[in-house]
Design a protein around this ligand. Structure first.
Ligand code: NAD
Ligand code: TYD
Length: 360
């Protein structure tokens, strides 16, 4: 039996991690049926925002929820946390996660995604030894598989072919996770998910960036011809899959998670424009005129598409939020949370964007 009593969530102040902790302790707590404690280890980089967990902190601090600020690559700290909280499960979200940033500065991606993951794995191996009921779950991306042509899907057996420094660093971390399973017998599971969207996503990623630019009347920058394809999944559906794997997944197995929901960027943007226009009572054509085709991202992967039949078949997982519902919820959230947005935009992010892109 898995223990699942003291879960170390890394990167729990980032987009998916925040939603995962809220999924286990917040509104989905009844369905998730989680009874243990969560220890959130996050370095609070530009992408980490602890105010995203305000209610969790107020309701559960020092009972079911604990926050530790720090770097996953800090071995002494990670060992201390394992001992202090008797960690029996790791859910590893912490990463540098944005492709554009990885092109401009790959080093942080190697440090956190490769060396940081190595440190976590190595501490888990040394402290857990042959303990029963422990698990290291690694959260990864479909980008490790590279780029698809017009047809075909990524399956769990698709060879890795990463093309950006981000995806190369994630591929490297996935290989280390598998190596620790095969070589040392560390009990691991691994998931590779498609593009997530939803509340609390940092507004450098496509969907929140476009929503905020629409609200501010700024240009909507579309890379290249706008025909690159991504498969989109609402963040709670990703997290229900992760939670399912942690409880029921087979040790040593990799699971693909996806939305069965492929969209060309430009088509997605047009749908998003229609939703935002309706919500803020503005003419959609006025917003559409903000679309600006800009220089393509170097090495821009053309198409991602996930075959997630394995997790459906073996673990009974399925998506529950339609794209229309999910986009509506997301737009509503960004419209209602100006304080969160202002907090993020006034800090490090704003300075970074201005330095690298000029005003956006
Ligand atoms: P994010 O960038 O929003 O959050 C990352 C979090 O990790 C932040 O809170 C940051 O402070 C923290 N962090 C970064 N470096 C750290 C370090 N050295 N030590 C401790 N904490 C550190 O990322 P996200 O979108 O929430 O993604 C979470 C995970 O899911 C990542 O591993 C990513 O590769 C994976 N993933 C993301 C998507 C997506 O669409 N966003 C899709 C598939 C997989
Ligand atoms: P992004 O959200 O950065 O996710 P990823 O690169 O990990 O898939 O980008 C999603 C898609 O949107 C990708 O094809 C790049 C494109 N894109 C734009 O066209 N304009 C933008 O300003 C951004 C951030 C992304």
């Amino acid at each position: 039996m898995r223990k699942l009593s003291n879960i170390l969530v890394t990167g729990g102040a980032g987009f998916i991690g925040v939603n995962f902790i809220r999924y286990l302790l917040g509104k989905c707590a009844q369905t998730s049926n989680f009874k243990g404690r969560i220890i959130n280890l996050d370095a609070l980089t530009y992408a980490g925002n602890i105010t995203s967990l305000k209610e969790i902190n107020e309701n559960f601090e020092e009972t079911k929820y604990f926050f530790e600020k720090g770097d996953i690559g800090d071995r002494t700290l990670v060992e201390k946390i394992f001992e202090k909280y008797a960690i029996d499960t790791v859910v590893h979200f912490a990463a540098e996660s944005h492709v554009d940033r990885s092109i401009l500065g790959p080093e942080a991606f190697i440090k956190t995604n490769v060396l940081g993951t190595f440190t976590l794995l190595d501490v888990a191996r040394n402290i857990w030894k042959d303990a029963d009921g422990v698990l290291f779950h690694h959260v990864s991306t479909d980008e490790v598989y590279g780029s698809l042509g017009e047809t075909g899907y990524f399956t769990e057996t698709t060879p890795y072919d990463p093309r950006s420094p981000y995806s190369a660093s994630k591929a490297s971390s996935d290989h280390l996770v598998m190596a620790y399973y095969h070589t040392y017998g560390l009990p691991i599971t691994l998931s590779n998910c498609s593009n997530n969207y939803g509340p609390f996503q940092f507004p450098e990623k496509l969907i929140p960036l476009m929503i905020l630019n629409m609200l501010e009347g700024k240009a909507l920058p579309v890379y290249g011809d706008g025909k690159n394809i991504r498969d989109w999944l609402y963040v709670d559906d990703h997290n229900s899959a992760v939670w399912n794997i942690i409880q029921n997944g087979k040790i040593g197995e990799e699971y693909n998670i996806g939305g069965d929901n492929e969209w060309e960027n430009i088509k997605l943007l047009n749908v998003l424009i229609d939703i935002v226009a309706k919500k803020i009572n503005k003419n959609a054509e006025t917003i559409r005129s903000l679309i600006t085709y800009v220089k393509d991202r170097p090495g821009h992967d053309r198409r991602y598409a996930i075959d997630c039949s394995k997790i459906k078949r073996e673990l009974g997982w399925k998506q529950t939020v339609s794209f229309e519902q999910g986009l509506e919820r997301t737009v509503d959230w960004y419209l209602a949370n100006t304080e969160w947005i202002n907090g993020i935009r006034s800090g490090e992010y704003k300075r970074w964007v201005e330095k690298n892109y000029g005003e956006r």
